[in-house]
Ligand binder design. Structure first.
Ligand code: SF4
Ligand code: SF4
Length: 217
């Protein structure tokens, strides 16, 4: 899932300082699961901004709505009326959600309340780690299901680099060496000999931005 964190209240307040009626829009997908941009967080941000506006004697009307999925235009219809009654929108979705809103409602400024961080998974409650850099040409079949593009800071396709110490990465001693993890997984899979094959350099043309995809097999 896409992992995003909320921006500081100071940054958010700055974005909406010139707007009176502000709609805060949460998303029911990834950001809800990572506990940063779902319904609960919309309520928390609304009350924090309300208190701040009151303390600063600003006349601001804040309203919060959470929709199923902000990155899919059909769900945006559900908040059309709320958006039309607002001067600005604060999106609590990932960058894709912010842009989907902005594309659909072109006359209203849409601001990001979040910083989109990465595609990742939770390893324990409230803790997320990056797992995929969306490189466009997945090589997990060659590396025992562990991504060296993302989890090795050097993105080495043939590792380890030689700096690994006590199983940890030389670039970040708190992180396991991705290539040690790959070695151990390949051993478990009885595929250790496959590591003698040299992986070809990555074809980054498959990662050309902006990515496009036509659905269907
Ligand atoms: S190889 Fe590419 S697509 Fe596969 S997990 Fe790693 S970054 Fe993601
Ligand atoms: S120590 Fe391991 S994870 Fe860190 S840069 Fe070297 S090969 Fe990559």
């Amino acid at each position: 899932m896409v992992i995003a964190e909320i921006k500081s209240l100071k940054d958010i307040k700055k974005m909406i300082e010139n707007f009176k009626r502000v709609l805060i829009v949460g998303c029911g997908e990834c950001v809800s699961v990572c506990l940063t941009g779902g319904q609960k967080q919309v309520e928390l941000l609304s009350s924090a901004l309300r208190i701040s506006s009151r303390n600063n004697k600003e006349k601001r009307i804040l309203k919060g709505k959470t929709i199923s999925r902000q990155c899919e235009p059909k769900y945006l219809e559900n908040i059309k009326k709320d958006i039309e009654e607002s001067d600005a929108v604060l999106s609590m979705a990932c960058g894709a959600g912010v842009q989907a809103l902005s594309e659909k409602f072109r006359k209203i400024p849409v601001f990001p309340a979040m910083n989109t961080k990465f595609i990742g998974v939770s390893d324990e409650e409230g803790n997320f780690i990056e797992m995929c850099a969306a490189c466009g040409d997945c090589i997990l079949s060659l590396t025992g299901g562990i991504c060296p593009v993302t989890r090795c800071p050097k993105g080495l396709l043939n590792g380890p680099c030689g700096g690994s110490k006590n199983g940890k990465c030389e670039a970040n001693p708190e992180t396991p060496c991705a290539w040690l993890l790959i070695y151990e997984r390949m051993k478990e899979l009885d595929k250790i000999d496959d590591l003698k094959n040299i992986n070809s350099p990555k074809d980054w043309s498959k990662n050309m931005r902006p990515g496009k995809l036509k659905a269907g097999i």
